[in-house]
Design a protein around this ligand. Structure first.
Ligand code: ADP
Ligand code: MG
Length: 259
């Protein structure tokens, strides 16, 4: 269970005033995928980074599996909560072979059978075992993102925090990562908190969505409701859904599996 109460973050001054995120509250249970969507600059990544422990200057309450989180996180946090960001290059050292990047977290956490774990992690994300001998620049964007995911999974986390995990990938690679993330969640009973500006990605990957606008959480909905075209969505949510569906219908055939 993840509980966020009254989360506020200030970077000094932003476009929307002092707070990049103001009074955000939401919660979701184990095995659930909760999405955060909204325009660029609305504060989605700031929420995710606060939960990830990458930002220290947040105010409010962050609770993960009944553990209150403080600025300094316990070592177990770094095992149970893993991150996957848009730019997999930031997770993978350019001069390290895939094998080295995958082994590193296992070694840091004193796990046994590192070599077996590396093999299993590659298999888990649908990559051939010989990928372990490649360097990041020898992989496609989709393969790199799979390696970054394997690196996150090697510690057998419970929670994945994902920031625009499919942005920057071509349509086929994006579809592959979406399917993989869905499979992995169900296979391992993972909880996801997933940030995407793309409502279509959110509806593919999430059970619930929170909509951010200018640092505030303005709506929380079941994604099934967005797909069903029901009345009663907050006006801003409706606007995002309409924009996404008109984009998709005008690109019919290139992105037919979503919305
Ligand atoms: P989103 O992920 O929804 O695009 P962000 O959380 O990245 O939004 O940004 C929210 C607001 O905070 C924006 O106005 C952005 O310019 C500002 N911001 C984000 N990161 C920083 C930072 N490190 N320093 C100063 N301002 C920041
Ligand atoms: Mg962002």
């Amino acid at each position: 269970m993840i509980v966020i109460r009254d989360l506020s973050v200030s970077y000094g001054s932003t476009r929307h005033g002092r707070f990049a995120v103001r009074g955000v509250s939401f919660s979701f249970g184990t095995g659930i995928s909760f999405g955060l969507s909204g325009q660029s600059g609305s504060g989605k990544s700031t929420v995710l980074h606060s939960i990830a422990g990458l930002i220290g200057h947040w105010e409010g309450t962050i609770e993960i599996d009944e553990q209150l989180q403080y600025r300094k996180r316990k070592p177990t946090f770094y095992r149970h909560v893993q991150l996957l960001f848009q730019d997999s290059n930031s997770a993978l050292h350019p001069r390290h072979m895939v094998e080295t990047s995958l082994a590193e977290p296992a070694i840091i956490h004193n796990l046994e059978d590192v070599d077996l774990r590396v093999g299993a992690a590659l298999e888990n994300v649908g990559l051939e075992d010989n990928i372990r001998y490649r360097y990041p620049h020898q992989l496609s964007g989709g393969q790199r993102q799979r390696v970054a995911l394997a690196r996150a999974l090697i510690l057998e986390p419970k929670v994945l925090l994902l920031d625009e995990p499919t942005a920057g990938l071509d349509m086929l690679a994006q579809a592959g990562i979406i399917k993989l993330l869905n499979d992995l969640r169900h296979r391992n009973n993972l909880s996801y908190l997933l940030v995407s500006h793309d409502i279509a990605v959110i509806t593919e990957l999430c059970d619930w969505v929170g909509i951010m606008q200018s640092g505030h959480l303005v709506d929380v909905q079941r994604t099934a409701r967005l797909l069903a075209g029901v009345n009663g969505l907050a006006p801003y949510t409706q606007k995002l859904v309409d924009a996404a569906s008109s984009y998709i219908s005008s690109h019919a055939g290139t992105k037919s599996s979503v919305l």
